[in-house]
Structure formats: structure tokens, C-alpha cells
Design a protein around this ligand. Structure first.
Ligand code: SF4
Length: 308
């Protein structure tokens, strides 16, 4: 059992085990199932992630609200044309991430890793790197275990909920999980994996949760695409030998404090940030057919009726 990166690293010290080994061993112990069964469960998650990250690439999937759709296929076409500013790995991963969010917004099946709103970052970044380096399939499954170990620590020490900690808690957690998974998958040390996770979380610290119309679509989809770039650069930084001066555990604790300091208007209530811009309010009214007040809820439902 472990409750922090520090504890994990202490348990790994002097062994040739990786974070994923520790996570799988821990799961074997607490769930009383075999390694084969755990790998098979990871395979199930992988398959769902794979399909959700590919389903919207070739065909446009529009959300039920009509707010989002078609971005994954646009990004995929752009990637296939081969003329892009970023490296192809980033663009392919961003297309995968957008696909996951579009599948989610159309009520399709995704893996909440760690949440539905941030479901594109881990598969987007992990799969594009695995393809680039032709990583054996079992290693990709093990990388999912690495990611889950990092996610477990964030849950234990802080939160992965946008309603509690803002988008930094959702997209930040996903980027941390992905960055660590990539580093370990490519042969980096557990210390480097946690450095990558710490850097990814620092990069997004303070990001508010302000979904337009209260739906997990906008700006969520684009933040997942950007989250892929965040994971990849954080993994590259760690693999180059650059470390996080502030250890992962402290970064997570800082993120939690920042989340607690955010006003409720910026924690998934759609009462602040992008959600209350004139354009976003017009979108909301179009979706719900209301002219609800843009100010915080007064509790006077009879005279408002905005959310009914
Ligand atoms: S903006 Fe809010 S709902 Fe959207 S991904 Fe971020 S935390 Fe989730």
C-alpha cells in the first residue's frame, strides 16, 4: 500500500521494479486476483480507450447538444496532410484526444481516466507515443497501470474533481498520469516518471473549470488536445534529465490548496469564466431555450426559471 509518491519511491528503492509493478502487486494483494486477471482488465480498458480515440477520426460525431463535433476529423485530416507546426506525434495525439471527447459528448463509451472530462489526454498521448516507438502491447498495458498509480496518489492526497478543484484537478491529473506513464513506458526511472507528473501538474496549476452550458464539451475538448502537448513536453523534460524541484507530492498538495481557494463560480458550476461570456450564454440559451440570468443563482426559482 502507498499513499504518496515518496512512499512509492521508497518501496521501489533498491529493486528493479517499476511503478507499474508496484501498482499491479498492490492490486493483486487488495483485490486477491492474479496478474493475468489484472492485465486482462487493463486490456478491456485499453480497447475502450482505443475505440473512443479513433471513432471520431474518420466520421464526424456531433454531441447531443450540438455544441461540439467534427474537430477530431478536422485534426485528423490536418495530420494526414503532413503540414503542421507541431511534431506529428503531438497532432496525432491531439486528434485522438478530441475523438475521445466527442465520443463522450455523444454518450458513447469512454474510460474516465481519471474523469470523463479529461478522458482524452491519457489515450491521446500514450497511444501516439506507443505508435511512434512501436512499443510492445504489454508495455502499453503496463503503462496504464503506471498512470493509475499516479492517479491513485492524486485521489488520496487531493482530488480529481473539477467541481472540487477546478480543471487543474481533472486535466492536470490526466496530464500527470499520462506523462508518468510515457516516461516509464520509454524506460525512464520511477523518479523521472514522478518528475514528469509533477511538471505536467505545475504547467496547468490554477486552471478553472468553466464548462459552457454546464456541459463537458467546451472548453473541455480543446483542453484535452492541449493536455496531450502538456504530457508530451513534460515527459520529454523529465527524460532529458530535467527534474521538478518541487516533488510530486507537494505539487499535488499545492494544486489541492489552489482548488480549494477557487470560488465556486469557477468549479464546474458554469457561473464564471468562459461559461459566462456573452457568446457562451447565448449558446446555453439556444441549447436550453431559456433566457436564464447570467449572474450566480439567487435561489429564487419561481422568478427565474433559468435552469428548469
Ligand atoms: S472545464 Fe471542467 S468539465 Fe471541462 S474538462 Fe475541465 S474540469 Fe472537466
Amino acid at each position: 500500500m502507498y499513499f504518496s509518491a515518496q512512499e512509492m519511491l521508497a518501496q521501489l528503492k533498491g529493486t528493479d521494479k517499476r511503478i507499474c509493478d508496484l501498482v499491479i502487486d498492490n492490486e493483486i494483494e487488495i483485490s486477491e486476483i492474479s496478474r493475468e486477471e489484472i492485465i486482462s482488465m487493463l486490456e478491456e480498458r485499453y480497447q475502450i480507450m482505443y475505440h473512443s480515440s479513433h471513432d471520431a477520426l474518420e466520421k464526424e460525431i456531433t454531441s447531443l447538444s450540438g455544441l461540439t463535433g467534427g474537430s477530431a476529423s478536422k485534426m485528423w485530416n490536418y495530420y494526414q496532410k503532413g503540414s503542421m507546426i507541431c511534431d506529428a506525434t503531438v497532432i496525432r495525439g491531439a486528434a485522438y484526444a478530441l475523438s475521445c471527447l466527442e465520443v463522450n459528448a455523444s454518450m458513447g463509451l469512454i474510460v474516465a481516466a481519471p474523469t470523463a472530462g479529461a478522458c482524452g489526454i491519457l489515450p491521446g498521448s500514450l497511444f501516439t507515443v506507443a505508435e511512434k516507438y512501436d512499443v510492445p502491447h504489454e508495455k502499453v498495458l503496463e503503462a496504464l497501470a503506471t498512470a493509475s498509480g499516479v492517479g491513485q496518489i492524486i485521489v488520496k492526497k487531493a482530488t480529481i474533481s473539477g467541481a472540487e478543484g477546478g480543471c487543474q484537478a481533472e486535466c492536470g491529473a490526466a496530464a500527470s498520469m499520462a506523462a508518468a506513464a510515457i516516461v516509464e513506458m520509454l524506460g525512464g526511472t520511477p523518479e523521472q516518471a514522478f518528475d514528469a507528473a509533477a511538471i505536467a501538474m505545475q504547467n496547468i496549476m490554477g486552471l478553472v473549470c468553466d464548462p459552457v452550458a454546464g456541459l463537458v464539451e467546451m472548453p473541455c475538448a480543446k483542453r484535452n488536445a492541449s493536455g496531450v502537448a502538456n504530457s508530451l513536453i513534460s515527459a520529454d523534460l523529465a527524460l532529458s534529465g530535467i527534474f521538478s524541484e518541487v516533488p510530486f507530492d507537494e505539487v499535488v498538495e499545492a494544486m489541492y490548496k489552489v482548488g480549494k481557494a477557487l470560488p465556486s463560480t469557477l468549479r464546474e458550476t458554469a457561473l464564471g469564466g468562459l461559461a459566462t461570456t456573452p457568446t457562451a450564454l447565448a449558446m446555453r440559451d439556444k441549447i436550453y431555450g431559456t433566457q436564464a440570468s447570467s449572474s450566480a443563482c439567487s435561489g429564487d426559482c419561481a422568478s427565474c426559471g433559468g435552469c428548469q
